[in-house]
Ligand binder design. Structure first.
Ligand code: ADP
Ligand code: MG
Length: 664
């Protein structure tokens, strides 16, 4: 089995980790950062940008830059709340009510999975470079409170990046793994994970390498972004009151407001008051308008009071589901950037009155845990056992639209549960199996995971046929449903993937497309590199010719100078005609010609008879003879790279010198 990496695919930031010699660690990306912004964009030239590069163009190119995609993954249009639609790019529903992201510059629509796949691809590419080996599988984390569709969609995103998902792991469980994998004592731990867009809470018992998740709860539409949003609203409302201009209607202003809000929020984690300055945010009838204001922590906390209220509920539910009280908790693990906010830390302390653990880095702990899980799967880490639970109840719709729960929330997984159902009408020949996930009593208030029909039921009075429906949840938290008519033995079984934004055909189509595109991109990049290298060489050659002419005169090494000029013209011509096939050859001729020229000049320099004087006064073809040929008895122009080692030694020494001479 090849190496498996661990990926924390965050709303705001993503991190990749790996196990090396039994220890998990985080791999820095190509830019040198250990976290990669979960942002994808297309530049003005339709070039794909991922991470920091994309983040940088958020304000200037808001329509073609996509952040917070995790809010949309595996969600249908009608499940989105107004807050999640608060993004500077365009999202819309397609015919199947699936979320699609519109990108004007590429004139295409993307499924959130597709764009998210690009983030995974970048993480993998950078890790491959670092590890110097190819990677084809990963453990990918999701919020514990993600439903089946969101999990499926995350798996699809990885698939689109060419990565097989070995395990979908819950983020707080991953954090607990990172926290406890090398501890032998036994403890009850509360993991509180508040990131950019999601909130998760898990209670675990960790004992001698066995991790038992007791309960999990959360809110997949609550995170640091909502705190930013409060500041945005406050600023925009205030501005509207003053100037009757709604800054939220302009994408660029909205993006600038959001960035300033996030910055202010982060500063208020350490300071009591922070200035907010947004010059030229709009234009009024009397010219440009600016925002110059201050926000203090008290005001900020007042603005966010309802968010803080929303945070306590899931903790209470998880505690009550686990059967533990707050006093039973031995340690609190804080995960996610938003737990740095003093008001959040205070809230946690009012629920569990202990000082949170400081041993883990809240930004990296999830990826570290994913790497540990990868190590468990690959067999590198032994004696660790993880027992996770399913976050939400799963059931069927029965007569009257009621939800009949087959697997209650917080049931340990993997699990199989079956029940027998019957028909509601006489001679009913088929039944519809409608699968739902959620905690509400009426099926319709929950999330539909999909439906299928079991047909061919022999005629019988109502209530007589016996249809056994079985739910299987695997270790990834993914569901498979089957229905069997007990009389005929007829069986119908489906993996539920109705909730994923892409069906199987679309996924395989996109994978093929991505493969082709990767090839094309590689070729495109190679030809760009080829052209750039040629251009650099042309510039160097021109400079060198000019310098030599100035220093030694136009005929100092005439034959070599001409050769360079001829080769230069060739390269220039192939560049102009974009003839890349010929370009390579011309480039190596130019390199050789330059080499010959440099060697000639350097041999001249080495000559004791002060050749500079001699060359300057020399005309015509005679001047070549004025060089001292102590070191080279062949003509430099006929340079043969396979000549003797002695020669090569000299050349390489000289090359070094030339490098310093004129490549800088
Ligand atoms: P995710 O897992 O969703 O990608 P992260 O754990 O990376 O999220 O947290 C990102 C969120 O944390 C953002 O909303 C960011 O503004 C917030 N954040 C980061 N640092 C701070 C801080 N010092 N104070 C308050 N919020 C912070
Ligand atoms: Mg996170």
């Amino acid at each position: 089995m090849g190496r498996i990496v661990g990926i924390d695919l965050g709303t705001t930031n993503s991190v990749i980790g790996v196990l090396e010699a039994g220890r998990p660690f985080v791999i820095a990306n190509a830019e040198g950062s250990r976290t990669t912004p979960s942002v994808i964009g297309y530049s003005k030239d339709s070039e794909l940008l991922v991470g920091q590069q994309a983040r940088r163009q958020l304000v200037l190119n808001p329509k073609n830059t996509f952040s917070n995609l995790k809010r949309f993954i595996g969600r249908t249009w009608n499940e989105l709340n107004e807050n999640s639609l608060n993004v500077a790019y365009t999202v819309r529903a397609n015919e199947q009510e699936c979320v699609r992201v519109t990108c004007p510059i590429t004139e295409r629509e993307y499924a959130p999975e597709e764009l998210t796949g690009s983030i995974i691809r970048k993480l993998i590419d950078d890790a491959e470079k670092y590890l110097e080996e190819s990677i084809d599988s990963a453990v990918v984390t999701v919020p514990a409170y993600f439903n089946d569709s969101q999990r499926q969609a995350t798996r699809d995103a990885a698939l689109l990046a060419g990565i097989k998902v070995e395990r979908i792991l819950n983020e707080p469980t991953a954090a607990a793994l990172a926290y406890g994998f090398d501890k032998s004592s036994s403890s009850r731990v509360l993991v509180f994970d508040l990131g950019g867009g999601t909130f998760d809470i898990s209670l675990l018992r960790i004992s001698n390498g066995v991790f038992d998740v007791k309960a999990t709860s959360g809110d997949t539409q609550l995170g640091g972004n909502d705190f930013d949003q409060k500041i945005v609203e406050w600023l925009a409302d205030d501005f509207y009151k003053q100037y009757e201009i709604d800054l939220r209607r302009d994408r660029q202003s909205l993006q600038r407001l959001s960035e300033a809000a996030e910055k202010a929020k982060q500063e208020l984690s350490g300071l009591n008051i922070t200035p907010i300055s947004l010059p030229f945010i709009a234009t009024g009838s009397n010219g440009p308008l600016h925002i110059e204001t201050k926000l203090d922590r008290k005001k900020f906390e007042f603005l966010c009071r309802d968010l803080i209220d929303r945070l306590s509920k899931p903790v209470e539910i998880a505690l009550s589901d686990s059967g533990w009280t707050a006093e039973d908790i031995n340690d609190v693990v804080l995960v996610g950037g938003s737990t740095r906010m003093p008001m959040v830390q205070q809230l946690i302390r009012t629920i569990v009155p202990i000082t949170p653990s400081q041993t883990v880095n809240p930004d990296e702990v999830v990826a570290v845990g994913a790497a540990v899980q990868a190590g468990i799967i690959s067999g590198e880490l032994r004696d660790l056992l993880l027992n996770d639970v399913t976050p939400l109840s799963l059931g069927l719709e029965t007569v009257g639209g009621l939800m009949k729960v087959l697997i209650p929330r917080n049931t340990p997984i993997p699990v199989r549960q079956a029940d027998v159902f019957s028909t509601s009408e006489a001679n009913q020949s088929s039944v519809e199996i409608n699968v739902w996930q959620g905690e509400r009593q009426l099926a319709n208030d929950n999330k539909s995971l999909g439906k299928f029909r079991l047909s061919g039921i022999p005629p019988a009075p109502r209530g007589v046929p016996q249809v056994q429906v079985a739910f299987d949840i695997d270790a990834n938290g993914l569901l498979q449903v089957s229905a069997t008519d007990r009389t005929t033995g007829r069986k119908q079984s489906v993996s539920i993937n109705g909730g994923s934004n892409l069906n199987e055909n679309e996924v395989s189509k996109l994978i093929n497309e991505a493969r082709e595109k990767a090839d094309l991109d590689r070729k495109k990049r190679a030809s760009i590199d080829q052209r750039n290298n040629a251009l650099t060489l042309v510039a160097q050659a021109e400079r060198r010719l000019r310098d030599i002419s100035l220093e030694f005169g136009p005929y100092a090494a005439e034959r070599q100078q001409r050769s360079v000029e001829v080769a230069l013209r060739d390269v220039q011509e192939f560049l102009d005609n974009n003839d890349l096939a010929e370009l390579d050859l011309a480039v190596s001729s130019l390199q050789e010609a330059l080499f010959g020229l440099n060697r000639r000049i350097s041999a001249g320099r080495r000559s004791e008879s002060n050749p500079i004087q001699g060359i300057k006064n020399t005309f015509g073809s005679l001047k070549d003879e004025l060089f001292s040929d102590d070191y080279w008895d062949d003509d430099p122009w006929d340079y043969n790279p396979n000549q003797e080692r002695r020669d090569r030694d000299y050349q390489s020494r000289d090359l070094d010198r030339w490098d310093n001479d004129f490549y800088n």
